[in-house]
Design a protein around this ligand. Structure first.
Ligand SMILES: NC(=O)c1ccc[n+]([C@@H]2O[C@H](COP(=O)([O-])OP(=O)(O)OC[C@H]3O[C@@H](n4cnc5c(N)ncnc54)[C@H](OP(=O)(O)O)[C@@H]3O)[C@@H](O)[C@H]2O)c1
Length: 157
């Protein structure tokens, strides 16, 4: 199953330069709980952002897959340069953890969306790509302060 997980504000903002525009402890805890030890796919910008946060500590996921079309190599990850072929053939559970470019490329393959809606407006410059959320069915919803943790499943055609 291909899962996408992200947090966005009222304007679908997800980033400020190469960082998160906010710091919500409860959302970080939710993200950690869902992705701990899980195979994850991310873009190389998100990888750099997480690496600078974790410094010398290993990232807390299972197998890392990093999307990149450059010559860059990663000593702790498998590089993915053809996302379509990778996702078409992927077996088992995978969490796609960003960023914008990789969410956009992965959305057509998403079975499940873990969206944290932040009922507030923040400053930043990276937005989630527009898409039709009505193609998904809301299966879980939990409001905690300004955070609304929602899980959606793709409606089978
Ligand atoms: N709010 C959230 O939940 C959340 C979560 C994660 C990230 N973010 C935010 O998202 C932003 C980063 O997003 P981003 O779009 O700049 O970076 P990104 O999606 O993390 O990485 C983009 C990289 O993907 C590679 N790429 C591009 N097209 C590709 C393709 N067709 N196949 C394989 N690889 C490809 C390129 O790497 P090469 O140049 O090496 O080829 C490109 O630099 C940051 O602001 C971050 O904080 C927010």
């Amino acid at each position: 199953m291909i899962n996408l997980i992200w947090a966005m504000d009222q304007n679908w903002l997800i980033g400020k330069d190469n960082e998160l525009p906010w710091h919500y402890k409860k959302d970080l805890a939710y993200f950690k709980d869902k992705t701990k030890g899980q195979p994850v796919l991310m873009g190389d910008m998100t990888y750099d952002s997480l690496k600078s946060y974790y410094k010398d500590r290993p990232l807390p996921f299972g197998q890392l897959y990093i999307a990149s079309i450059s010559n860059r190599q990663f000593d702790d990850a498998i590089k993915v340069n053809d996302i379509d072929t990778f996702l078409e053939n992927y077996q088992g559970d995978l969490f796609v953890i960003g960023g914008k470019t990789i969410y956009r490329l992965s959305l057509p393959y998403a079975d499940r969306l873990y969206i944290t809606f932040i009922d507030a407006s923040h400053e930043g410059n990276v937005y989630f790509p527009p898409f039709d959320l009505s193609a998904y069915k809301l299966i879980q919803e939990n409001q905690v302060d300004v955070l609304r943790f929602c899980v959606y499943e793709k409606v089978k055609a």
